[in-house]
Design a protein around this ligand. Structure first.
Ligand SMILES: CC(C)(COP(=O)(O)OP(=O)(O)OC[C@H]1O[C@@H](n2cnc3c(N)ncnc32)[C@H](O)[C@@H]1OP(=O)(O)O)[C@@H](O)C(=O)NCCC(=O)NCCS
Length: 147
């Protein structure tokens, strides 16, 4: 798919509901309301991917002392392997401020780990008890140097 067909739209109060729907539909984690309030305050940055007028994915990140932290990235099942995730992560890599980017992914989420490896994220450490309420609570921390 031509990445240029994918529009990337910043999340505001007007399209926050669409972000919430993408997150609950694509990710197993449930975020508290403070996560969404932080987007309106500007401490979390969020974008939607829109294809032919339909929201198909999202990315959320936050600048932290240790680097740019990719918090959420999800694409609807029916729209995967068509470059939507690529458009979202490239936006994150382009816009994030730090020299290092990092994320946590469930160690059994092989598809996502392969996706991040395709963008030169490397495994830094294995973190037990990272997730609450999931069958597998172990996360892999992946990092990428951005220059
Ligand atoms: C991870 C995710 C965001 C990828 O989105 P996507 O739109 O399918 O990704 P792209 O089409 O841009 O894929 C880019 C490249 O990543 C790799 N990749 C993506 N999905 C893959 C898979 N299932 N298996 C192997 N490699 C994969 C491939 O190299 C792919 O390039 P190719 O299609 O030319 O081979 C999507 O699978 C998803 O939403 N998963 C569920 C939510 C999730 O786990 N998010 C991460 C939580 S930390």
């Amino acid at each position: 798919m031509n990445e240029k067909r994918i529009e990337l739209i910043k999340v505001t109060k007007d399209n926050m509901n669409q972000l919430q729907v993408v997150i609950v539909s694509t990710l197993p984690v449930r975020y508290p309301s403070s996560f969404y309030k932080s987007i309106l305050k500007g401490s979390n940055v969020a974008y939607l991917a829109v294809l032919d007028g339909k929201t198909v994915g999202c990315v959320v990140w936050r600048e932290e002392e240790g680097g740019s932290h990719l918090l959420s990235l999800g694409v609807y099942v029916l729209h995967r392997r068509r470059g939507v995730g690529t458009a979202l992560i490239n936006l994150f890599i382009k816009q994030c401020n730090a020299k290092d980017a990092y994320l946590y992914v469930s160690e059994d989420n092989i598809q996502a780990i392969l996706f991040y490896q395709a963008f030169a994220f490397i495994t830094r450490e294995r973190v037990e008890e990272y997730y609450r309420g999931l069958v597998n609570t172990t996360a892999i921390k992946m990092v990428k140097n951005i220059d």
